[in-house]
Design a protein around this ligand. Structure first.
Ligand SMILES: Cc1cc2nc3c(=O)[nH]c(=O)nc-3n(C[C@H](O)[C@H](O)[C@H](O)COP(=O)(O)O)c2cc1C
Length: 197
């Protein structure tokens, strides 16, 4: 692990000043770092790309730097509030900027929801499929105020679920990252062949 640490981009997808999603993403990031991962936190409340416009996105200030951060990631933890059963506009806007950069990588939903966030996770799965990315076979949702209060995790159930998720991101993220690198460097006709440089 220490030879080749897993690079994780942890995205906080709420603009809310006292966002519980942000608190959980910081918690997940600290745990991943504790397990030897290299974690970059993208807080969309602090640094959000402009509303995606296919005509101008690539020339927008900050786009190249953001693209490098996404490219550097082996896995992405995507934190979002449940807004009307879907991902936040901030997260969707970030995701709209990329697809090649997600291909072959692990996407992991973390959702603030009063309703388990299943429709939000389904959206992220659909999005992953469209971008040739993988997802864990589950996501983690938490109930605002019951599981996370005043920026702190207050439920043992959520704590254990996050422990499981962090372990799975580290293990499956590393497996997928190794295979992705091999496929990009090789000549096999896998789905990543079209992304070889
Ligand atoms: C516009 C809007 C729509 C929402 N829709 C839902 C919803 O459909 N289901 C749900 O469980 N919570 C919904 N919520 C509640 C948020 O998911 C919840 O407040 C969450 O904690 C917000 O995350 P944050 O603290 O990270 O900003 C909604 C909140 C807003 C502002």
């Amino acid at each position: 692990m220490s030879e080749n640490p897993l690079n994780v981009l942890a995205v906080a997808g709420s603009l809310h000043e006292k966002s519980l999603t942000r608190a959980v993403i910081h918690h997940v990031a600290a745990r991943l770092q504790g397990e030897g991962c290299r974690v970059d936190i993208l807080d969309l409340g602090r640094e959000s790309p402009a509303l995606y416009n296919p005509d101008t996105a690539c020339d927008a200030p900050g786009f190249d730097a953001l693209q490098r951060r996404v490219e550097a990631a082996d896995a992405l933890v995507l934190g979002t509030p449940d807004y009307h059963g879907g991902v936040s506009g901030a997260l969707k806007n970030f995701l709209d900027h990329f697809w090649r950069e997600f291909a072959g990588k692990l996407l992991v939903p973390v959702v603030a929801s009063h309703e388990k966030g299943l429709t939000v996770m389904d959206q992220i799965r659909t999005l992953a499929r469209q971008c040739y990315a993988w997802t864990l076979p589950y996501g983690v949702s938490f109930e605002p105020n019951a599981d996370v209060k005043d920026g702190r995790i207050v439920s043992d159930t959520l704590d254990r679920r996050l422990e499981m998720m962090v372990r799975d991101v580290r293990v499956y993220g590393a497996l997928l990252a190794r295979q992705r690198r091999a496929d990009l460097a090789g000549n096999d006709p896998g789905f990543l062949a079209r992304l070889r440089k």
